[in-house]
Design a protein around this ligand. Structure first.
Ligand code: ADP
Ligand code: MG
Length: 456
């Protein structure tokens, strides 16, 4: 509530019920100091004001307050120098000129997605370490691995695991958990300066502190996006320190390891490595099948599915759990519209033909990307894997690396291997470069669209 504004309205009302002499003598220099429950404290210049108002005008004030707020308040009148030093520090003194910031009530919401739990997370070789550490953290937040840093390509279950930890802690330990993406963090932080520059009266700095510094568990997703936001990194650093020093749990995810977060401040990278860093790999064949079975079992909208359908999808959709889910959704839609009571292999092949990479297997996926890109730029795949540095070859190589990551969600390490044994940092560089260029180079964008059509 904006005290300055409220008080000026109250005074307007009082002005109408008393003479102007009375108003200027007794009310003009009053201020609303604070509202605590149903007690309104106002500041008056001298003791004589307190005495006189108490004797004669309390009702005018309560009435005027009632008109503005619809609430009946008790009035407490004090002098400026009766405010203790302590109180002055914690509560801003306000006056009629609306200068103070309005408090934004902060209602805590964890942002957790209840559908992401440990129960429906399927464990296999490629994610068992990440899963086990997530369970350990969920069991004793702030005590085992702090921070927990999970990284790997997209679509492999990082976000799912983080919500699972949060849900578990909230339900079993009754602690205050917050899930945010780094974009949300950046947005919350930028509101402080954005609103300070305008005439806005909201106290976002206070809101920010309430939101981030009173937590037991902070979960922050896709931290790689913080890399370009330098001011926010500074704030994140403080938030991190405050929570960490208080033994509060911090859980972070990223598409790459802390050391590979190139434009992140070193002091943050160092801190990210203080606890435990785990990576999550693309699911192996067995895990893909188990995930598909679990999704089918829990969907209860799907009719019977032949086991060879599961084999077929698992064999052809290699790297990304999100895509496996996409395939299941497609089959579900198909069976609903067509009214199938059983999904056989021919039905599945037909329904999924646009999603499955022309029958290629895991090994040849990157090769297929390389081939299509090489054809497009009229070079050979060998050139692409070679050490040659002509502009066309380098450009095509970087595009093929980018697409291997973007379309296939392959890890940077794996892509590096398939491009003549290059280091993962080279792939990462290419990925970031093409990603940036896509925003500004229109020709590149349309070239990539054509190439993609030929790959998928
Ligand atoms: P990331 O954050 O790594 O990009 P997500 O957590 O968003 O990936 O996962 C993508 C989708 O795949 C989500 O719907 C998630 O529930 C599902 N998923 C990922 N891994 C698993 C798993 N091991 N078991 C069940 N579902 C999974
Ligand atoms: Mg995610």
């Amino acid at each position: 509530m904006n005290y300055g504004l409220l008080w000026s309205k109250v005074l307007e009302n009082i002005k109408m019920s008393v003479t102007s002499l009375i108003y200027t003598t007794w009310f003009e220099n009053t201020k609303l100091y604070k509202i605590d429950g149903n007690i309104v404290t106002i500041i008056v210049p001298m003791d004589i004001h307190r005495k006189h108002i108490t004797e004669k005008y309390l009702k005018d004030i309560t009435d005027a307050l009632y008109i503005e707020t619809n609430q009946i308040y008790d009035i407490n009148i004090i002098l400026e120098d009766e405010i203790t030093e302590q109180e002055k520090l914690s509560t801003p003194i306000v006056d009629n000129s609306n200068k103070e910031k309005e408090k934004i009530e902060y209602h805590h919401i964890s942002n957790l997605n209840k559908n992401y739990t440990f129960e429906n997370f399927v464990v296999g070789n490629s994610n068992k370490l990440a899963h086990a550490t997530a369970m350990a953290v969920a069991d004793s937040p702030g005590q085992t691995y702090n921070p927990l840093f999970i990284y790997g390509p997209s679509g492999l279950g990082k976000t799912h695991l983080m919500h699972a930890i949060g849900n578990y802690i909230e339900q079993n330990l009754n602690k205050k958990v917050l899930y945010v993406t780094s974009d949300q963090f950046i947005d919350d932080f930028s509101k402080i300066s954005r609103f300070n520059e305008t005439d806005n009266n909201y106290d976002y700095a206070e809101y920010f502190k309430n939101k981030y510094r009173s937590l037991d568990v902070l979960i922050i997703d896709d931290i790689q996006f913080l890399a370009t936001a330098h001011k926010t990194q500074e704030e994140f650093f403080h938030t991190f320190n405050i929570l960490y020093n208080d033994n509060k749990q911090i859980i972070i995810s990223s598409d790459r390891s802390p050391n590979d977060l190139k434009s992140l401040e070193d002091r943050l990278k160092t801190r990210f490595c203080w606890g435990l860093t785990v990576d999550i790999y693309p699911p192996e064949l067995e895990l893909r099948k188990n995930i598909l079975r679990k999704k089918i079992q829990t969907s209860n909208l799907l009719p019977n599915i032949d086991d060879d359908v599961i084999e077929y999808i698992a064999a052809n959709m290699a790297s990304d759990v999100r895509k496996l889910e996409g395939a299941i959704n497609r089959l579900m839609a198909e069976s609903l519209t067509m009214g199938y009571d059983k999904i056989t292999l021919p039905i599945a092949v037909e329904a999924l033909k646009s999603m499955i990479n022309k029958g290629t297997s895991e090994k040849t996926n990157i090769l297929r990307v390389q081939k299509v890109v090489a054809d497009y730029y009229k070079i050979s795949v060998d050139d692409m894997k070679s050490k040659k540095k002509s502009a066309v070859i380098v450009g095509a190589r970087q595009i093929a690396m980018y697409l291997s990551r973007e379309i296939l969600s392959e890890s940077f390490e794996r892509i590096g291997l398939e491009f003549g044994g290059r280091d993962h940092s080279t792939v990462m560089y290419a990925y970031d470069k093409i990603k940036d260029e896509l925003n500004i180079k229109y020709e590149l964008k349309s070239a990539l669209e054509k190439i993609k059509e030929n790959i998928i």
